[in-house]
Design a protein around this ligand. Structure first.
Ligand code: CDP
Length: 583
């Protein structure tokens, strides 16, 4: 257990009231319900534990380690970089589990299924999320030799996983989250596509259909494709690819699920094909992993990577390079500081040493650069920024490889003989749901959710929350008034408001006002330079048709996305956040 207060003369963190509340509720150490550390102490705890690895494991001197801890502290205190929540919560504490993403195997036996449930519960308790492929389970109604009975099939087992997650929820620091994937050629695929229809029984799962190239080809050629029983390996009937595709589209149109994930494409960029295939991702889809593999994530706040130069706002490449390199070193150290929940996970993780560095505040960056999200210019920025981060991350990982050795499975990996890396993957775009709140940045690479919204607090009063950048613009260009802010909060948009100059309307477009095509093109632009995948929601208007959704899937496929998550406005009863209502 690390005890310590941040030195008084170290940088103070400039947190919004919302960020402070989030930290106090779940991140800062408590004794008997009393918060006993400040946000600065928390960052100090994390920075020290992650830097100390270099002294313990790589023989660095105390002074050098201390200086590194201060550098780690500084980029976090500046809110320029944040590791994923489990690292903030657990570093230097009893749990010590620092990764957000896990994939657990499920083999086709009772023992294996219930082992996976137990292991998932242990992971959820520590704030990690779990992904599973259910594709190896024999279909429902097939024979079970040992009992002479019939199998219940993947969907009924998913319900058991779901209940276990529900029960652990009360004890954990955050709600347990799961991803369930079923390959499109599994005989139970039709049941799977509709398994969340009533949305009550599998609430702790995101579900995705694992799409193959063969299936997409069959869709294009309007023909049947083979179903395969994973237990026997035998063909188990045929389905019309068009009909299955239409059914996926129909359900996604109805309530956003299932998502799709292009399995063959995940495996094309699998860095270690010699170890087997990738069959699943973490809960939000951005991190494909091998069975028993985990990954820790971290994100750079692009909102703070913009600077004024000769009276013009430009990207601060120098600072971005500095923060990227430190972040890679930080995340590589996390692998060694981590206390993994299972021995097998410890071994698999340390064989590949995957890390997932990404970004948040992309929409904020565009606003500061006075660029609208739905433009070629924004797509260019996305590519330029991510290409730069990937290049800088590789330079640092190569440096670390020279100093500490390549990842142990480097031989026969896709990098063998190409470049020596310390980490089998470097980049991932996470949703940054909580850490973007801590940093007061727009989440991940999403457009703004709203320019202003109304928040009803405990005693029933409603407060208007205005995007801080919008408030700054409104004041700087003299159109600020509390009445206008209230009006915007009610409408949720600035489009068409005569009080707001046209050029400001254009750069403050929200997710709802961005067409699906631009959402996908931004996702694809980031994917181009991301080793793992990109977390992104493609928003549709309520009036969008099923054909619009089908078109989006085709575009995502064409632009080399690794998967797609769609959401049609108003299609789910519970919307996590919405304009004009209580949050
Ligand atoms: O911002 P934060 O670090 O809290 O997390 P995020 O970027 O929103 O989510 C990253 C990953 O953490 C997700 O894809 C999940 O794997 C995991 N997660 C989870 O298991 N449970 C949650 N309630 C939220 C995230």
């Amino acid at each position: 257990n690390f005890e310590g207060q941040a030195p008084k003369n170290w940088l103070k963190i400039n947190l919004t009231p919302n960020a402070r509340v989030v930290l106090e509720k779940r991140y800062l150490k408590q004794i008997d319900g009393q918060v006993i550390e400040t946000p600065e102490d928390m960052i100090y705890r994390v920075a020290n534990v992650i830097a100390a690895i270099e002294e313990e494991k790589y023989g660095k001197g105390e002074k050098e380690t201390r200086a590194l801890a201060k550098e780690f502290y500084t980029i976090m205190a500046n809110l320029e970089f944040m590791p994923n929540s489990p690292t903030l919560m657990n570093a230097g504490r009893d749990l010590g589990q620092l990764s957000a993403c896990f994939v657990l195997p499920i083999e086709d036996s009772m023992e294996d299924i219930f082992d996976a449930i137990k292991n998932a519960a242990i992971i959820h308790k520590s704030g990690g999320g779990t992904g599973f492929s259910f594709s190896r389970l024999r279909p429902k109604n097939s024979m079970v030799r040992s009992t002479g009975g019939v199998a219940s099939g993947p969907i009924s087992f998913m319900k058991v996983f779901n209940s276990a997650t529900e029960a652990v929820k009360q004890g954990g620091t955050r709600r347990g989250a799961n991803m369930g994937i079923l390959k499109v050629d599994h005989p139970d695929i039709l049941d799977f596509i509709q398994c969340k229809e009533d949305n009550k029984e599998i609430t702790n799962f995101n579900i995705s259909v694992g799409i193959t190239e063969e299936f997409m080809k069959a869709v294009r050629e309007e023909r049947d494709y083979d179903l395969i029983n994973p237990h026997s390996g035998e063909a188990a009937g045929k389905l019309s690819a068009r009909e299955v595709f239409a059914k996926i589209v129909d359900h996604a149109w109805q309530n956003g699920e299932p998502g799709i994930v292009f399995l063959d494409r995940l495996n094309e960029s699998n860095p270690t094909p010699q170890l087997g295939k990738i069959e699943a991702t973490n809960p939000c889809g951005e991190q494909p992993l091998l069975p028993n593999e985990a990954c820790n994530l971290g994100s750079i706040n692009l909102k703070l990577m913009v600077t004024e130069k000769n009276g013009k706002m430009v990207i601060n490449w120098e600072r971005l390079s500095h923060v990227t390199r430190l972040a890679v070193r930080f995340l590589d150290n996390v692998i060694d500081a981590n206390q993994y929940p299972l021995k097998i996970i410890d071994e698999v993780v340390k064989g590949n040493r995957k890390i997932g560095l990404g970004v948040m505040g992309f929409a904020d960056m565009l606003i500061l650069l006075q660029t609208s999200y739905a433009t070629e210019e924004a797509v260019d920025y996305a590519e330029k920024v991510m290409k730069f981060i990937q290049t800088e991350a590789r330079i640092e990982s190569q440096r670390l490889a020279e100093e500490r050795g390549t990842f142990p499975n480097y031989e026969s990996s896709i990098y063998d003989g190409v470049m020596k890396l310390r980490n089998a993957t470097l980049t991932t775009i996470a949703p940054t749901g909580t850490i973007s709140m801590i940093c007061a940045a727009s989440s991940g690479v999403e457009p703004l959710f709203a320019v202003a919204y109304t928040k009803t607090v405990m005693d029933g009063t409603s407060l208007v929350e205005v995007n801080p950048l919008f408030e700054t613009f409104a004041k700087e260009y003299n159109f600020y008034s509390p009445e206008l802010m209230r009006k915007i909060a009610e409408k949720g948009t600035v489009l068409g408001l005569p009080e707001v100059p046209n050029w400001v309307q254009e750069i403050f477009t929200t997710a709802q006002e961005t067409s699906p095509e631009w959402h996908i093109r931004i996702q694809a632009a980031f994917q181009k330079y991301t080793d793992n995948a990109v977390s992104k929601t493609i928003n549709f208007a309520n009036s969008a048709t099923r054909e619009d959704i089908a078109e989006a899937y085709r575009l995502a496929d064409e632009l080399n996305c690794k998967g797609l998550t769609v959401y049609r406005d108003g299609s789910r009863e519970e919307q996590v956040l919405s304009t004009g209502t209580t949050v």
